[in-house]
Write a protein that binds this ligand. Structure first.
Ligand code: GLU
Length: 471
């Protein structure tokens, strides 16, 4: 966390900047910005022959919609300010993509690499028990999910602990999302954030006029991309952009350093190489160009910071040579770097839009959990039979028959993964269109972040006003 501006304060500053373009009453803006509930926890965990005091948080930023929603991160950077800022971003993120939740976030101040699986399980279970004790978790209260340093395994531990303490609660499986598919999770959640980044970018680069302004043509194919961080979000963004969008990945960075190749890097092979060797350095056909920050400065069309916050600051903003920055991580561009980048004409797709795919599919998982059935289960066969009848009729009427492969393709009902991905695609496209409409309504707004905050603020304010709390 940069010492100059607190992360939470910088989110507040962005909101204030956007609020000036709306007629939302000042008091309501203050209410929207405020963190509604902050839980600070200290608990002991036995490590070897001793105990360690663990510092943890859960923040519910906004109760204008319930439950509240947001991930839990395990990182040494965790402190109250960081968790508050991330919880606030969740509120604006959910509103932007029409996910009907308030924002929340949790954090445990640990480096997970320093603990055994058993110790991590103890920490996770104890943290969950604290949340249950304080009524800070539940399918209608607050629903955690994965974030930096956590994944489906931790979510399964959370679910199991919750169910042990809340035995018999009919909707208990909806108390957490991002669970393994075999334990009431949903297909497509693991790659959802990266897939959402891809859909958002693809929509952004599809507008000819917008692309012309930054010297780019439309379409993803052939665009150069640099990705910082090969965690869940970075690796899926790179993989999907390369495999589905024909994007050329020319630079990648991880903890151990940055690599570059003007000819493009095969992401699938690189991930296998890192699994074997523990590093991206030395991957055939690439050049080692410096530390983890070095890749950020490569000239490219699209830069995807997908690690932690404050990676692009006033210290390196001047040297960024990308045309578009997609904030796949939360807060990777510091508040003081933002105006420097905008002045250079760089388009910044803000975190609370471009990484909203994760919470969108979390919402689908929660809906699946509350409905207690898999999407497509009821309608799949019915759709197949209906399509079958149409195709047969067309064949009869035209006297022409189609191949078995085409037949199979035309008559298939939607599977869970197809329904999830199409819902995600639609969500990212719709939200981008709403942001563009805001630009058209406010020609004096010049950056996507402000336009996106205006969209979110208007929706949240609308909720408060319809509750009758504000006139
Ligand atoms: N941690 C993710 C985020 O920052 C996902 C949150 C969720 O699925 O609830 O958006």
């Amino acid at each position: 966390m940069s010492s100059q501006t607190s992360f939470f304060k910088s989110v507040e500053n962005y909101v204030d900047k956007a609020a000036a373009y709306t007629d939302i009453p000042r008091g309501l803006v203050e209410q929207i910005k405020a963190c509604n509930l902050v839980l600070q926890i200290r608990f002991p965990v036995r490590i070897g022959n001793d105990y360690e005091v663990i510092e943890a948080y859960r923040v519910q930023h906004s109760h204008h919609r319930m439950p509240t929603k947001g991930g839990i991160r395990y990182a040494e950077s965790v402190d109250q300010d960081e968790v508050m800022a991330l919880a606030a971003l969740m509120t604006y993120k959910c509103a932007l993509v029409d996910v009907p939740f308030g924002g929340a976030k949790g954090g445990i101040k640990i480096n997970p690499a320093k603990y055994t699986t058993e110790q991590l399980q103890n920490i996770t279970r104890r943290y969950t028990a604290e949340l249950v004790k304080k009524n800070f978790i539940g399918p209608g209260i607050d629903v955690p999910a994965p974030d930096y340093g956590t994944g489906p395994r931790e979510m399964a531990w959370i679910l199991d602990t919750y169910q042990a303490l809340r035995h018999g609660e009919v909707d208990s499986i909806g108390c957490v999302t991002g669970k393994p598919v075999t334990q009431n999770g949903i297909r497509g959640r693991a790659e959802a954030t990266g897939r959402g980044v891809y859909y958002g970018l693809r929509e952004c680069v599809s507008h000819e006029g917008d692309m012309k302004k930054i010297g780019l043509t439309t379409g993803m194919a052939g665009k150069t991309m640099v990705v910082q961080g090969l965690g869940n979000v970075g690796s899926n963004t790179a993989l999907i952009s390369q495999q589905e969008g024909d994007v050329k990945i020319i630079g990648i960075s991880e903890r151990e350093g940055s690599i570059y190749s003007a000819n493009g890097i095969n992401v699938e092979k690189l991930l296998a190489f890192r699994k074997d060797t523990g590093s991206i350095i030395g991957f055939p056909g690439t050049e080692h160009i410096g530390d983890a920050q070095a890749a950020l400065e490569i000239a490219c069309d699209i830069l995807v910071p997908a690690a932690l916050e404050n990676q692009i600051t006033s210290a390196n903003a001047d040297r960024i040579k990308a045309k578009i920055i997609a904030e796949a991580a939360n807060g990777p561009v510091s508040a003081d770097a933002d105006p420097i980048l905008l002045k250079k004409g760089i388009v910044i797709l803000p975190d609370f839009y471009i990484n909203a795919g994760g919470v969108t599919v979390s919402y689908f998982e929660w809906l699946k959990n509350l409905s207690h059935h898999r999407f497509g289960r009821l309608e799949n066969r019915f759709q197949h039979n209906a399509f079958e009848r149409i195709v047969t009729k067309v064949e009869e009427m035209t006297g022409k028959s189609i191949s078995d492969r085409e037949h199979e393709f035309l008559t298939r009902g939607g599977t869970e993964i197809e329904l999830v991905n199409s819902g995600l695609e639609d969500t990212m496209i719709t939200a981008y269109q709403q942001i563009r409409e805001t630009f058209l309504q406010h020609p004096d707004i010049h950056d996507v972040r402000t336009a996106a905050f205006v969209c979110s603020l208007k929706k949240i304010a609308g909720d408060y006003i319809s509750m009758g709390i504000f006139p």
